[in-house]
Ligand binder design. Structure first.
Ligand SMILES: Cc1ncc(COP(=O)(O)O)c(C=O)c1O
Length: 385
């Protein structure tokens, strides 16, 4: 019988685990060791947890590579670490990066403040003006960075088109796919060179670990690994073990996030006090067609604007009982945040308004609770708004 390729949920649970022998533990041990015994007189790779070759780190990386369809992957100490190291793997002082302007606020600060200090220039492109990508190209442009779906408007970028441009100009294409996870979207299948995750979010899924990941070719991931070793960004083995445990349920968790996301967004759009719902699964979303074509699910992330603006949003937040006011996303519990105080705090109100994120914009990360309970809590919040 020809061997079927295992489905993504199976891969997330088993990785490349061979059938277990009698008495073997079903759950992997945690190798909470900073170092490993070296053979005498050997030039073989030294095993040291900061080098990213602890068994817990390796198991996890292998699992993500299989899910993203990449040759290699690596986990590091945070999503910001993953973004920084992925870029340092492809950029040198004097190089220029073209980045989408629709990115997480921390990433924006990394590019505009830290990269400037390293002599790496960054131009921000408004993806709604496709011509800007070519217009802002320079002789020293070496890479393109985008986030898709974006935070917090859930806009979709056309990675295939960008990959065409990157290939024609000899640039590396880096994609932050945190909001999608490999269950909903795999950027490498659409021509990206490196995919970046804040594993703090959906990959781990339980709001109890800070981590990041990068997946791509063996050569590029080896570059990331070298930068990780020298900039000291390795992931602790216990954190790696927790993420592996979290990733085992990535398939069913994303199924549920996708279903709840669509149900709640559809309900919200019908409420009189709601001005606008940003969810790519809704026909009203600017990128619905592209999203329906390229995504396997629309996730549990929903952007919300209320008729009463910022004051109404404040009243709504205080009325929630189940929905927790906290930054971050992708966990089992539903969280709500205001991007003006969290991910987009570094932007001026005018910059935020221009980016389509007015004061009072609420970002919901819908968790795994019963959707009826979430709708009841949302109704409570809207009644107070
Ligand atoms: C899309 C995106 N990328 C990267 C990050 C940074 O991740 P971390 O907080 O794990 O460093 C975040 C954090 O919110 C994010 O939303």
């Amino acid at each position: 019988m020809p061997r079927r390729t295992p489905g993504r949920s199976t891969v997330a649970i088993h990785g490349n685990q061979p059938p277990r022998a009698a008495r073997e533990p079903v759950a992997p041990p945690i190798y909470q060791s900073s170092t490993f015994v070296s053979p005498f007189g050997s030039h073989d790779e030294v095993l040291y947890t900061r080098y990213g070759n602890n068994p817990n780190q390796l198991r996890l990386a292998d699992r993500l590579a299989r899910l993203e369809g990449s040759d290699a992957a690596i986990f590091v100490g945070s999503g910001m670490g993953a973004t920084a190291l992925a870029h340092l793997a492809v950029l040198n002082p004097g190089d220029h990066l073209l980045s989408s302007a629709w990115i997480y606020g921390g990433t924006r600060r990394l590019f505009l403040e830290e990269f400037a200090r390293l002599g790496i220039e960054v131009s921000l492109v408004n993806p709604d003006r496709r011509r800007e990508w070519r217009g802002k190209l320079r002789k020293n442009t070496r890479a393109i960075f985008v986030e898709t779906p974006t935070n917090p408007l859930m806009r979709l970028l056309d990675v295939e088109w960008l990959a065409g441009l990157a290939a024609a100009e000899g640039l590396a294409l880096l994609v932050d796919s945190t909001f999608a996870t490999p269950m909903n979207y795999r950027p490498l299948e659409h021509g990206a060179d490196l995919v970046i995750h804040s594993a703090t979010k959906y990959l781990n899924g339980h709001s109890d670990v800070i981590a990041g990941a990068v997946a791509g070719s063996t050569k590029l991931v080896a570059e990331v690994r070298e930068r990780m070793k020298l900039w000291g960004q390795a992931l602790d083995p216990h954190a790696a073990w927790l993420i592996e445990r979290g990733m085992k349920t990535l398939g069913p968790r994303m199924d549920r996030h996708n279903r709840t996301g669509l149900a709640v967004a559809t309900w919200l759009e019908r409420q009189a006090k709601v001005r606008r719902v940003h969810y790519p699964g809704l026909a009203s979303h600017a990128d619905h067609e592209l999203a329906a074509r390229v995504l396997d699910g629309f996730s549990g992330m929903v952007g919300l604007e209320l008729v009463g603006g910022a004051r109404a949003a404040g009243r709504c937040l205080k009325a929630f009982r189940l929905i927790t006011h906290a930054p971050s996303l992708g966990g089992v519990e539903t969280l709500v945040s205001e991007p003006r105080f969290t991910s987009h705090a570094a932007l001026t109100p005018a910059e935020r308004a221009a980016a389509g994120i007015p004061d009072g914009f609420l970002r919901l990360s819908l968790g795994l609770e019963d959707p009826e309970d979430l709708i009841e809590d949302l109704a409570r919040g809207l009644a107070a708004a």
